[in-house]
Design a protein around this ligand. Structure first.
Ligand SMILES: *[C@@H]1O[C@H](CO)[C@@H](O)[C@H](O)[C@H]1NC(C)=O
Ligand SMILES: *[C@@H]1O[C@H](CO)[C@@H](O)[C@H](O)[C@H]1NC(C)=O
Ligand SMILES: *[C@@H]1O[C@H](CO)[C@@H](O)[C@H](O)[C@H]1NC(C)=O
Ligand SMILES: *[C@@H]1O[C@H](CO)[C@@H](O)[C@H](O)[C@H]1NC(C)=O
Ligand SMILES: *[C@@H]1O[C@H](CO)[C@@H](O)[C@H](O)[C@H]1NC(C)=O
Length: 844
């Protein structure tokens, strides 16, 4: 029987943005709030040019030398058809999580004895009881450490020792800290989230250390925590305490966690004391305590979190670029406190679609912006805020500068409008009427967001382990060509089953076709890795993973996967999305990432040595015109250093993300780094929401470097490549990757771009006034209804070239890590400004 995919068609209308909450209720500060000092942290962000490239991660000392991804074992093509499955019925809502029950046969292909590597570690198999009475801390640490994992990595590499620490339902009493490492993912049963309960006699000051102590915070990759409750309510309220140290960076996921603290206590939910270069966290609830999140990181996207009964929801001691979306502050003194960092420690903060109820001050900031400002520091953008029982919406330098709701977009920072001054207009609190495409909104008029799917409503019979299908062997062993059977199983599973890829590396020599009706879940980032001649020709690039065909409509959801290349493949497009959903979120990617080079299991690691950039892949992500996708937590990384060895690679991936989609696309917390021609290229794109995007150019570009863009590539007009014809023939700091190009298009709402250039040819910046790169971004061909909020750069002479003319310079917008512009509205169609000060509206 051919199974059918059933869908519910939901038509969404632009809902009113009007406030549902009254503005005038009395303000009451939570009782018993302490005014204790915030904890002091040691990390000092590197504002100056003292940052050096990372030489390596944790080398794999004992790789299995017999594994050869470059000469894969041939495909196993069964002569018989694959038995069909029954279509999905209504979700049965089981009491046990399918992931706990499914066969656990994930491996670590590239280390010695990797085929018996234990990926899945159920803490109960290590002696944890989950009975709330016996101390489980030692058992949990044993689950983390098994197999020689530890602070020295024991020769297993950054990617060689993946582990899932699984927590069945229960209450796990903890008497001491747990130390985790890179490539570790804590997962709880989402049906009934397990609780890690801090004992009253807890021995340390932090419950979970998620940062690997061996590696700097900015190279702590591949870490996750989901579906847990962290509870310190039994621990001394007057003692300073932190539930989680999350000093981590890209390709990390923190989601669906409740941080439960005693009310009026000195506890902090999450802090990042050692910094990091993060991308995304979301769907978190913070209750009680002193501080919900203590943020000290280069950049972050934080989505859909609640902060209840505490002094400060989010304390920002340092962040260059932060987008916080869907925040709910309830009964807190201060929603966001951005006053504690030193000069330059805060670049920009955007607060979107949020609600504050019974809050003294929603945003507390410095008195940085006046009409006479000369710096871009401390820019604040508030877009759609509902208040109820709020004292002040914004307090700057001790003075209330905004009260009540924000309908439209309020800007405190430097703004560029058509015909405005070259220095920008320093808006000390201006509200703009802005447009949001209905395609991007939920029924309440907020930007659509989605909780990462767990598929907890399905039973284990509705999930197919791709390595356990009878007669259709799939290996994921980094040495067998799995293409044929992956495609056969995906085609059969469409609309009938969720497909689980156990940890491993799945080599493919041809396109993996993902049909409508597909739901894929990986484990510790299961890798799909291209190999072979199909992907070798840069003049005729081919797609490794193709999600739907152009014009197709249906479900295609992918979580916890990694897209990579096993060889130097100049013609490889790693991921192409053509499909749109019937409903928002039908097509989505969560915690799914790219990596080109820099790790075991790829010929790129060894073949790209020798001082010249090698063309290792054509394009990472291609969203074609018919696509609509919700993308949350994605890192498109072309390696700048080796995670598993010490090979000195110079890798050139042609392109980062080519975005042509028109039907509604959301990029919530993404990062694209070190791609040669551009990181983001929006070409005739329409109806796009971007909430925090972070990028870096290739470290080898610029003065003295081995190639000047577009080299080593030839621009391909079919892929809308930039030509760099704006640059002189020999002008290395002009011939560097564009961070973002916007070429035509419409309805683009972009919040929080953090574009950092650190080097010229891996060394000091040699450009004018100490800059490393001439141009960061360009707008070409007059897109309409384009709203670009909080563009932050480092090391760039010009932030934006608008239709061939330099519009925004670092010189005119200095601040933070380099420069900050709060609002770029030259293509927005804004005709009038709605100014609101102290609740009074003035139209002009
Ligand atoms: C691999 O397994 C063999 C056989 O169990 C054992 O002797 C050897 O020590 C293991 N090697 C490593 C590096 O763990
Ligand atoms: C290396 O990999 C091969 C192929 O999977 C396997 O047969 C062999 O046991 C592995 N050797 C070690 C020492 O892990
Ligand atoms: C906590 O500290 C406050 C202020 O120092 C004090 O009044 C209170 O008794 C302390 N509570 C406990 C439980 O120690
Ligand atoms: C800006 O500068 C002018 C001229 O120096 C001065 O009169 C004015 O008060 C200043 N405005 C603010 C907001 O500081
Ligand atoms: C370099 O810096 C100086 C001093 O701030 C400034 O006058 C000059 O315009 C800058 N040059 C460029 C090209 O931005």
């Amino acid at each position: 029987m051919r199974c059918q995919v059933s869908f519910i068609l939901s038509i969404r209308f632009l809902a009113s943005l009007s406030s549902v909450l009254s503005q005038d209720s009395a303000v009451s500060v939570p009782a018993g709030q302490s005014t204790a000092l915030y904890p002091a942290y040691t990390y000092i962000p590197s504002i100056d040019a003292d940052w050096k490239p990372h030489p390596h991660g944790l080398p794999i000392v004992q790789p299995n030398a017999t594994i050869d991804p470059l000469s894969p074992r041939p495909m196993n093509i069964p002569a018989f058809p694959l038995a069909s499955l029954s279509p999905f019925g209504p979700p049965p809502k089981p009491s046990t999580y399918w992931y706990e029950e499914i066969e656990h046969n994930g491996i670590s292909p590239f280390i010695t004895n990797g085929s018996s590597w234990k990926v899945y570690r159920n803490v109960k198999d290590y002696g944890a009881t989950g009975n709330g009475k016996t101390d489980d801390a030692a058992a949990i640490q044993a689950a983390i450490d098994e197999g020689g994992r530890g602070p020295d990595g024991n020769g297993l590499g950054t990617t060689g020792a993946p582990a899932i620490i699984y927590f069945p339902e229960g209450t796990y009493l903890m008497s001491r800290s747990v130390q985790s490492y890179v490539d570790t993912f804590f997962i709880g049963n989402p049906i009934n989230r397990p609780t890690l309960k801090v004992s009253s006699d807890f021995a340390h000051s932090t419950l979970l250390y998620m940062k690997d102590p061996t590696l700097g915070a900015t190279i702590n990759f591949y870490i996750g925590v989901k579906n847990l409750v962290l509870d310190s309510t039994d621990y001394s309220a007057n003692t300073s305490f932190t539930l989680m140290d999350w000093s981590v960076s890209q390709a990390t996921q923190l989601t669906n966690v409740l941080f439960k603290m005693p009310v009026s206590s000195q506890h902090t939910g999450l802090s990042t004391p050692e910094g990091g270069s993060g991308t995304y966290m979301g769907n978190l609830d913070f209750e009680g305590g002193l501080i919900g999140i203590n943020m000290n990181n280069q950049q972050y996207s934080i989505k859909d979190c609640s902060f209840t009964n505490m002094q400060t929801g989010i304390l920002i001691s340092h962040v260059f670029d932060m987008v916080i979306q869907g925040m709910r502050f309830l009964n807190v003194e201060i929603g966001v406190d951005a006053t504690t960092g030193g000069v330059g420690n805060i670049g920009s903060v955007a607060l979107i679609d949020s609600v504050a109820q019974n809050v003294q001050t929603v945003v507390l900031t410095k008195s940085q912006v006046t009409a006479n400002s000369t710096t871009g520091d401390d820019s604040i953008v508030i877009d759609n805020l509902q208040t109820n029982g709020v004292g002040s919406t914004v307090v700057a330098g001790g003075k209330t500068i905004l009260k009540g709701d924000v309908t439209g977009t309020w800007v405190y920072g430097n703004a560029y409008l058509k015909g405005g001054p070259v220095t920008g207009a320093h808006d000390a609190g201006v509200t703009y009427q802005t447009f949001r495409s209905p395609l991007l909104l939920d029924d309440g008029g907020n930007y659509f967001t989605m909780t990462p799917p767990t598929y907890q409503e399905y039973t284990v019979d509705q999930v197919v382990n791709i390595k356990s299908v009878k007669g259709f062997p799939v290996f994921g062993d980094g040495q067998t060509d799995d293409t044929h059977n992956i495609n056969a199983i995906l085609a059969r599973n469409a609309g009938c089953a969720i497909t689980f890829f156990p940890a491993g590396t799945y080599l493919v020599s041809d396109t993996v076709r993902i049909p409508p009706g597909t739901r894929i879940v990986g484990e510790t980032l299961s890798a799909i890795s291209a190999v072979g001649s199909k992907f070798a020709n840069a003049d005729a690039p081919q797609v490794m993973v193709q999600v739907g065909l152009p014009g197709q409509v249906g479900v295609a959801q992918i979580s916890d996967m990694l897209f990579t290349v096993a060889d130097v493949l100049p013609g490889c497009i790693l991921l192409q999305v053509n499909i749109a959903g019937f409903s928002q979120g039908d097509v989505g990617f969560w915690n799914s990432h790219f990596r080109v080079g820099g790790a075991a299991g790829s010929g790129v690691e060894t073949k790209c040595q020798g001082g010249v950039p090698c063309k290792a892949a054509f394009l990472l992500l291609h969203l074609t015109p018919t696509s609509s996708a919700y993308i949350e937590d994605m890192w498109g990384w072309t390696a700048d250093h080796d995670l598993d060895g010490d090979y000195d690679q110079i890798i050139s991936t042609g392109r980062g993300a080519l975005i042509e989609s028109t039907r509604g696309t959301w990029l919530v917390g993404t990062a694209f780094e070190h791609n040669t021609l551009y990181q983001y290229n929006l070409v005739s794109a329409e109806n796009i929401f971007i909430g925090m995007q972070q990028s870096e150019t290739p470290y080898w570009q610029g003065t003295g470097g081995p190639a000047q863009a577009p080299a080593p590539w030839t621009p391909n007009a079919g892929f809308f490549d930039p030509t760099f014809s704006n640059c002189g023939v020999d002008d290395p700091n002009c011939r560097m990757a564009w961070y973002q190009r916007i070429v035509g298009g419409a309805n683009l709402n972009i919040y929080g771009s953090g574009f950092w250039t650190f080097f010229n040819d891996n060394g000091d910046c040699m450009g004018v006034n100490g800059t490393c790169q001439n141009n960061a971004c360009e707008i070409v061909g007059s897109p309409t209804e384009t709203y670009w909020w909080n563009l932050n750069t480092r090391g760039c002479l010009n932030l934006l070239v608008d239709d061939g003319a330099v519009l925004e310079t670092q010189n005119n917008n200095p601040g933070s890590w380099g420069a900050v512009v709060a609002a770029t509205l030259t293509h927005s169609g804004i005709l009038r400004r709605l100014v609101r000060r102290l609740g009074k509206k003035i139209l002009f």
